[in-house]
Design a protein around this ligand. Structure first.
Ligand SMILES: Nc1ncnc2c1ncn2[C@@H]1O[C@H](COP(=O)(O)OP(=O)(O)OP(=O)(O)O)[C@@H](O)[C@H]1O
Ligand SMILES: [Mg+2]
Length: 351
């Protein structure tokens, strides 16, 4: 490219077009120039030009870095965390979820100016944390049954055990390996739902068929807890990935059964309205406190870890339901009153 055959306006337009925020900052920390991305990234409604850097960022990380670049003329890379969000000029909203992370480069331009580039890395950082949590949760969940398996296998090697004792230990090993297998197959299902591999196999079916499948998978569990499950369907057709919708409703019904006292009633009914099919599962069980409702769809989240684990729960069931709803362009909603019961509604488009 030949030098100088681009006019000033074109350079200006190029800077405006960048996805990264660009600021030109003076020795006194005043912004001399900014592009649109900078204003968007910093959620700043009024023009940034003329403002002090200190007014925009909570701490002095950027100002200190600017000073040192003026002094040493060497490019610097920093991370900035901001807890503020500005509307208009001054109003500051503080609170959870408002935290923002930026990656910033400060480069010396001339004696009076440095160039500051800003990238919003909030999402990337959040994903990294989710991934770390996920790995640590998976390891923890698999470690518990594995410890039992290896412990009881070791005990089995003891020659002095009676045949009955040996059988008892083998059963524990069997139960724990079945639990591990379930965790792994749930995780594999979640991964394949993430990639929406299964979204393609849509078929025409009816809500009646879906509920009858659900009943066959859950009847044993309902009987073992003496819970009567009442089914009511419309008989209407719908297009969906049948086995996934069955799986989602099974997860809801198994929860309703597991988190209800014996001898109570669970109802499973469907409603078709406005092109939407709703699968509604209600129980008269323990209910879920308000503050936990928004979290129960997270992977591995359990309100009462001890109780859920006792019933073999891992905390993956509802996150699977949520994924199945998403790949059908549907929704999942939970309503609950502590001590009175819960209603879960899975809604998906009929066609
Ligand atoms: N119908 C319900 N009544 C009361 N609490 C519920 C109900 N359904 C879910 N919960 C709560 O939400 C948590 C998460 O449910 P989820 O189905 O995701 O996991 P889980 O049942 O513990 O394990 P998994 O389904 O993987 O076997 C449960 O541990 C339980 O605390
Ligand atoms: Mg469950």
């Amino acid at each position: 490219m030949q030098k100088n055959d681009l006019g000033k306006d074109k350079y200006r337009a190029m800077i405006e077009a960048l996805g990264e925020g660009v600021l030109l900052v003076t020795k006194k920390h005043r912004i001399a120039l900014s592009n649109k991305s900078a204003e968007e990234l910093l959620s700043w409604a009024s023009p940034l030009v003329g403002k002090d850097i200190e007014k925009i960022f909570d701490d002095s990380t950027l100002s200190d870095a600017i000073d040192s670049v003026f002094k040493e003329k060497e490019r610097k890379k920093i991370k900035i965390t901001s807890y503020h969000s500005y509307t208009g000029d001054r109003a500051i909203i503080r609170g959870k979820g408002r935290e923002k992370h930026y990656k910033s480069y400060i480069t010396s331009l001339d004696d009076k100016h440095v160039v500051v580039t800003i990238m919003d890395v909030t999402r990337i950082e959040r994903l990294a944390i989710v991934r770390q949590d996920f790995v640590s949760n998976v390891s923890h969940e698999l470690k518990t049954p594995l410890t039992a398996i290896s412990g009881f296998a070791e005990t089995l090697l003891d020659d002095s055990l009676s045949r009955e004792e040996m059988k008892g230990f083998a059963r524990i090993i069997q139960k724990n390996s079945a639990h591990m297998q379930r965790i792994i197959s749930d995780l594999l299902l979640l991964t394949s739902l993430d990639r929406s591999e299964m979204a393609t196999s849509m078929v025409v079916t009816t809500d009646e068929r879906i509920l009858s499948e659900v009943r066959s998978y859950t009847q044993y569990k309902a009987e073992s807890r003496n819970i009567e499950v009442e089914y009511a369907s419309t008989g209407k057709s719908l297009i969906c990935n049948e086995s996934l919708i069955v799986q989602a409703v099974v997860n809801l019904v198994v929860n309703a059964i597991s988190y209800s006292p014996e001898n109570t009633k669970v109802t499973v009914r469907t409603k078709a309205k406005g092109g939407i099919m709703e699968f509604i599962v209600s129980d008269r069980g323990s209910g879920i406190a308000e503050e936990n409702i928004s979290r129960i769809f997270e992977r591995f989240y359990r309100v009462d870890k001890a109780r859920s684990r006792e019933s073999g729960g891992t905390g993956l069931g509802l996150s699977i339901v949520r994924h199945i709803a998403i790949i059908h362009n549907g929704t999942i909603k939970a309503e609950s009153k502590l001590g009175e019961g819960s209603v879960f509604t899975l809604s998906i488009p009929i066609s």
